[in-house]
Design a protein. Structure first.
Length: 320
């Protein structure tokens, strides 16, 4: 433990003095980033992140790759076919908890955001809560998305069997869910993150939409089912027509790195993400939550990329 901490302190010192020493522009840094299917929050975050990094450090180039979501992203990272990938909390916790503390493992580079999970229905719908979904068709998300796992957990913790008490609709494209609610194929849509395009589409549709989370008494049961999940609050006016705060559950999503990703590059990337949060927030509503300091309270220190842990030490946020 002491040896690891000394290594982090050495890396932290380098992360502080390297920018001061640089008299010339840093060399170009080119990285690949796995996102997800079009129409979801991951591609939206990826676009906003690329734009923000370009603004604060033009030498950092991120090439986005469309994937099937968190499950495929983990596979591609482990195979070394991606440098970075966006991974939802349920899948990240499952993958990282099974990894040994060694150099050739996946690691967390930065947080994305805390994604509150919500069901959404047209404002004219008689559905008012999770129990009203019984016997209805519900678009739960894509097959490879951690948001889908989260939705199933919410249903289970609320006393509904997601395979039998509702008609689950699994999507090939995350953007299809809102369209299915609008044309009546689905009675409700499950999703997560305030910046999720499906939520915006339904909230801005003629007639508006209604959002709800699990019943308050179901939340402790839901949280007990998965270590990655947290109690979260959606502030009033997060969506058009939403007058009151919504208590719900959700989880953090993360930028993960492939095994062996260079520490110098990760330090530069994390520094740019930290500096670019305000720019990121202009395009992605929860962009300020990508503050690397949020990792201290959301993942075990052993899961962090060593360069990220060192950066946190350098800015006074000891990861432990």
């Amino acid at each position: 433990m002491m040896r690891r901490r000394q290594l982090l302190l050495d890396l932290a010192a380098c992360s502080l003095i390297a920018p001061a020493r640089a008299q010339q522009p840093e060399a170009a840094l080119n990285l690949t980033l796995g996102t997800a299917t079009p129409g979801g929050s991951f591609p939206a975050f990826g676009r906003a992140l690329i734009a923000a990094l370009r603004d604060v450090d033009p030498g950092v180039t991120i090439e986005p790759r469309i994937t099937k979501g968190s499950t495929e992203n983990l596979t591609l990272l482990k195979a070394g076919q991606l440098d970075l990938a966006l991974v939802q909390g349920e899948y990240a916790y499952e993958a990282l908890s099974g990894e040994q503390a060694r150099s050739d493992r996946l690691s967390v580079v930065a947080p994305i955001d805390a994604s509150p999970g919500l069901f959404v229905v047209p404002a004219s719908s008689p559905i008012r809560g999770v129990q009203d979904l019984r016997g209805r068709a519900v678009a739960l998300g894509t097959r490879g998305s951690g948001f889908t796992i989260m939705g199933r957990t919410v249903l289970q913790g609320s006393g509904l069997d997601p395979d039998h008490d509702i008609t689950p609709i699994l999507l090939d494209d995350a953007g299809e869910g809102a369209a299915q609610v609008l044309d009546g194929r689905a009675a409700a849509l499950w999703g997560a993150s305030l910046g999720w395009p499906g939520f915006r589409t339904l909230a801005d549709a003629p007639g508006g939409a209604r959002f709800f989370g699990p019943a308050p008494e179901a939340i402790p049961t839901i949280l007990a089912l998965r270590a990655s999940m947290r109690r979260l609050t959606v502030p009033p006016a997060s969506f058009r027509g939403q007058d009151a705060a919504i208590e719900t559950v959700g989880s953090w999503s993360f930028i993960l790195a492939r095994p062996g990703l260079d520490a110098v590059g990760v330090t530069r990337l994390v520094r740019a993400i930290d500096r670019g949060r305000e720019t990121l927030a202009r395009s992605y509503p929860q962009g300020r939550e990508s503050d690397p300091r949020n990792l201290v309270a959301t993942v075990p220190a052993a899961w962090l990329h060593p360069a990220t842990a060192a950066y946190l030490l350098a800015v006074g946020a000891d990861p432990g």
